[in-house]
Design a protein around this ligand. Structure first.
Ligand code: ZN
Length: 344
């Protein structure tokens, strides 16, 4: 079975000087083309999400506001989040592409997949667009997968360096989705949410699993989180499908954060997540693009993730390991989270 790939570069959703700009899609397309990646995947033509699909994850006001701002020629949604006259259409395409790729996997037409889409989605909450994100693509897809396929129990793992506050918000009272987010955490670091104590509402307690990290965590720390928290949580939860919010801004060269992951570390995490899906849910896993603002890192990381989905071992890491001389110890955090989430 194939690896599905869908691509929404949203070239018309662009703001000069903003980190989430159209050059991201161009860099990824160039790398995938130059390295003959696109011939190895099943390319899925993106189609727009419907209003009904968006409204499973958002209030009508969120949908209407993005439409209205685009109709009047564009503008700012908040201090960080822009929309152009084409952004409404592009945001619908992004959510639609992720949804269709997810359905292809959930229905067994494809084995696994990667959705490179812009604008990203994981900060968009039930009742507001924010943090470069207009609609929460992965949440819209998850809701449609649950509504129309046999995959009812989903796990979303957010490896973007920022907390996936939007996805947390949308599924906070819903234990049919286990949401795990690894992120740099501190009241001064965007978006400021994501503490270990945010575990889901009373009816879904434990279905929200935050892994708040201090700055400077590198490959070893992230892989320990994979092995000692994410993998056991997945084995315990037994999802029918895994969705990944794949942000590559925890790389040591990324301008927006202070983590020390390498491309090799990211690729190892992708491989482990894919192995987990192979073990637990017949390999059903979809990677969905979120952040990643250093263009060469972003494009290599997308290529490495697709290689892992194709079960190829090849890893491209022209930047090598972080130059940091020491890394924070995570033993006590891991221990604390194992206890909180009843993993031991
Ligand atoms: Zn991010």
């Amino acid at each position: 079975m194939s690896t599905v790939f869908t691509f929404v570069p949203a070239y018309e959703h662009n703001l000069v000087g903003h980190p989430e700009h159209a050059g991201r899609g161009k860099a990824v397309l160039k790398r995938l083309t130059d390295n003959q990646v696109l011939g190895q995947v099943t390319n899925l033509e993106p189609a727009v999400a419907t209003r009904e699909q968006i409204l499973r994850a958002h209030t009508p006001a969120v949908f209407d506001r993005v439409e209205e701002i685009s109709l009047r020629g564009g503008g700012n949604i908040d201090a960080d989040t822009y929309a152009t006259d084409q952004s409404f259409k592009q945001a619908l395409l992004a959510a639609g592409a992720v949804t269709d790729a997810g359905l292809a996997i959930a229905n067994g037409e494809s084995k696994n997949g990667y959705a490179f889409v812009r604008p990203p989605g994981h900060h968009a909450e039930f009742n507001r667009s924010m943090g470069f994100c207009l609609f929460n693509n992965i949440a819209v897809a998850a809701k449609e997968i649950q509504a129309s396929t046999n995959c009812k129990r989903l796990m979303i793992v957010d490896i973007d360096v920022h907390h996936g506050n939007g996805t947390q918000d949308i599924f906070y009272g819903d234990d049919s989705v286990l949401f795990i987010s690894t992120h740099q955490f501190g009241s001064w670091f965007y978006p400021g949410t994501g503490s270990a104590q945010e575990m889901g509402s009373e009816v879904a307690s434990g279905a929200n699993f935050n892994v708040p990290l201090v700055a400077g965590v590198g490959d070893e720390g992230y892989l320990a989180v994979m092995d000692h928290l994410i993998a056991p949580a997945a084995r315990k939860y037994q999802p029918d499908m895994i969705l990944i919010s794949a942000g590559f801004d925890a790389h040591w060269q990324d301008p927006l954060a202070a983590m020390q992951l390498s491309l090799t570390g990211y690729a190892s995490m992708s491989q482990k997540l894919i192995e987990l899906a192979d073990e637990i849910c017949d390999g059903r896993i979809l990677f969905v693009q979120e952040g990643g603002y250093m263009l060469d890192v972003l494009s290599c990381a997308v290529q490495n993730s697709i290689s892992a989905l194709l079960h190829q071992d090849e890893i491209h890491d022209p930047f090598g390991l972080s130059p940091a001389s020491s890394y924070p110890k995570l033993d006590s955090l891991i221990e604390e989270l194992q206890v909180l989430h009843l993993l031991k």
